[in-house]
Design a protein. Structure first.
Length: 457
C-alpha cells in the first residue's frame, strides 16, 4: 500500500481522521534511519500519529511514509484536499536496507539548472533516497565555479553545439549549450539536500573525460581542442606531469571547501591511455585531506589506492566483488540494471533509444550483491540524450521509484504486487508532484523524438 514497502505493516481496525499533526520523538533503539509509526485514536493531549525514530533521518522517513498513507495530494506543493484525511489504524516498523541509496545525475553533458536540481532533491527525498552523486565535469562541460582557475567554468562551461542523438548517426544541433553552478549555488544545494537527509557527493572526473578543462587550459592535456561537441570516449586525457597534478590538487581543494561529504569522486573511468599515477596521487591527496576518494571501477587497475577508497562498480558487479576482496567499500551500479538513460522498451519509437532494454520490471528485479562492505546501490542518469528536465523525468521515472524500493526494502520482491502499487499509488503521487514520467503503456505523443537516431544494443 505504501512506498517504500516497510519492513512490517500491521493493520488494526478502522481508520482515523488525521488533523495533519505528528507527535515525534527520537527514542527508537534501531539502526540509522529506522522508525516506528503508530496510528491509533488520538489521546486527549496528542496526535493520532506517533513516530518513534532512531534519529532525525528516521523521523524524516516516517513523515514521508505518513504522507504516502495520506494519499497523492499530500505531495502537492500546497494543500488542496477538502474534507478529512483518513489514515488506517496501523503500526509500521521500517528501516533502510542499505546506507547508500544513490542517484547520479550527469550535469556535465547537459546542464541542469539549479532550480531543477533542487527539485530532484525533493524527488529523491520522497523516495527515501539519500545520496546525490553529482557528475560535475566531463568532456562536454565543466559545471563547477573555480575561483582560482576561472577559465574552467568560463570557457569549459559552454560548447557551441551538441551531437543530437547517437554519435554514429546523429547530426549537430548548432545551438550553444552551457551553464555552471557558482560555489554558493552548490553550498545552497548541499544545505537543501542536508535538510532532506541527502548527502551530495561531488565528482570531478580525471584523467579522462576532461576535454572541457583542457579547452580552458590547453597545457593540461595531451593534445588541444575545444569543449567537446560529441559523445563517446575521448582519447584526449590529462597529462600526468607534476604541474597538472598540482593544478588538480588545487581544484579539488576548492571542491572540498564547498562539499562537506566525506566521499569525494575523482572519476577515473574510460581514460584510455591515461596514467594511473594521476588517479593515485589525487586519491592520496583526498585521503590526506581526511576524505574518502571515490572512483568508477576502472580505478582498480591503477595500482594500490587508499583502502578507504569507495568503488562504484558500473561495468557489472564483478569489479565490485574484486574491490571487496581488496578491502574497499563498494557502491553497486551495474549498467545493465540501473543505467536509467538506457531505453525503456524494445520499440523503435522509444525516444533516442540507446543501451540495452531496461524496463521498470528489470530495475525492480535487481538484487545488489549483499556483503558487509557493499554500502548500497546507485542508479545513474547520464544525460547525453537527456537535454532537459522533461527528458530527465521521462528517463528517471517510474524506474527510480522501483529502484528506491530495491535499496530500501528487503527482498524478496513481487513484480505483480509492485505493479499494483505502482499504478494505484506511485504514479498518482508522481502526477501530484508534476513528474513527467514514462507511462507504463509507452511514451505520450510529445515524449517521442522521431528522426533523432539512437543506437540500441
Ligand atoms: C561510466 O559509465 N563511464 C562510469
Amino acid at each position: 500500500m505504501i512506498l517504500p514497502r516497510p519492513v512490517s505493516f500491521t493493520r488494526g481496525d478502522g481508520e482515523i481522521e488525521w488533523d495533519g499533526t505528528v507527535d515525534g520523538r527520537i527514542s527508537l533503539d534501531g539502526p540509522p534511519g529506522s522508525y516506528r509509526v503508530t496510528i491509533a485514536a488520538a489521546p486527549a493531549d496528542g496526535s493520532a500519529v506517533v513516530v518513534e525514530a532512531a534519529d532525525d533521518a528516521g523521523f524524516f522517513y516516517a513523515r514521508q511514509t505518513v504522507n504516502q498513507l495520506a494519499g497523492p495530494d499530500a505531495f502537492r506543493a500546497a494543500p488542496i484536499h477538502r474534507g478529512p484525511i483518513r489514515l488506517p489504524v496501523c503500526v509500521i516498523e521500517d528501516a533502510p536496507r542499505f546506507a547508500w541509496r544513490g542517484v547520479m545525475i550527469d550535469v556535465a553533458r547537459h546542464f541542469l539548472p539549479k532550480h531543477d536540481l533542487l527539485r530532484y532533491l525533493d524527488l529523491l527525498a520522497v523516495h527515501k533516497l539519500n545520496v546525490l552523486h553529482l557528475h560535475l565535469t566531463d568532456d562536454q562541460g565543466w559545471r563547477f565555479e573555480s575561483k582560482r582557475y576561472p577559465k574552467l567554468h568560463e570557457v569549459g562551461g559552454w560548447r557551441p553545439s551538441s551531437r543530437y542523438g547517437d554519435r554514429r548517426s546523429g547530426g549537430q544541433t548548432g545551438r550553444p549549450h552551457g551553464g555552471y553552478y557558482t560555489q554558493d549555488d552548490l553550498r545552497e544545494v548541499v544545505a537543501y539536500a542536508a535538510r532532506r537527509h541527502i548527502t551530495v557527493v561531488p565528482e570531478i572526473d580525471v584523467p579522462g573525460h576532461s576535454q572541457a578543462a583542457i579547452a580552458a587550459y590547453p597545457e593540461l592535456g595531451v593534445s588541444g581542442g575545444g569543449v567537446w561537441t560529441d559523445w563517446g570516449v575521448n582519447p584526449n586525457v590529462l597529462k600526468a606531469d607534476e604541474s597538472t597534478v598540482d593544478f588538480y590538487r588545487n581544484v579539488f581543494d576548492e571542491l572540498l571547501d564547498v562539499f562537506p561529504s566525506e566521499v569525494i569522486g575523482l572519476g577515473g573511468d574510460e581514460a584510455e591511455g591515461g596514467d594511473g599515477r594521476f588517479v593515485r596521487r589525487i586519491a592520496q591527496h583526498l585521503a590526506q585531506r581526511g576524505r574518502r576518494p571515490h572512483g568508477w571501477d576502472e580505478v582498480l587497475d591503477v595500482g594500490p589506492l587508499p583502502t578507504r577508497t569507495v568503488i562504484a562498480s558500473w561495468r557489472g558487479e564483478e569489479a565490485g566483488l574484486t574491490a571487496l576482496e581488496r578491502g574497499h567499500d563498494v557502491v553497486m551500479c551495474p549498467e545493465k540494471h540501473v543505467y536509467l538513460d538506457y531505453r525503456q522498451a524494445d520499440d523503435p519509437s522509444e525516444p533516442i533509444p540507446v543501451g540495452t532494454v531496461l524496463t521498470w520490471e528489470d530495475v525492480y528485479s535487481y538484487e545488489p550483491a549483499a556483503a558487509d562492505r557493499v554500502l548500497g546501490a546507485q542508479a545513474n542518469l547520464w544525460t547525453e540524450h537527456l537535454d532537459s528536465p522533461r527528458r530527465l523525468d521521462y528517463a528517471a521515472f517510474p524506474r527510480l521509484s522501483a529502484f528506491a524500493e530495491v535499496v530500501w526494502s528487503p527482498a524478496p520482491r513481487d513484480i505483480a504486487e509492485f505493479r499494483t502499487r505502482l499504478t494505484e499509488h506511485h504514479l498518482p503521487r508522481l502526477d501530484a508532484l508534476g513528474v513527467e514520467y514514462r507511462p507504463l503503456s509507452g511514451p505520450r505523443p510529445w515524449q517521442l523524438l522521431p528522426g533523432v537516431p539512437g543506437f540500441p544494443r
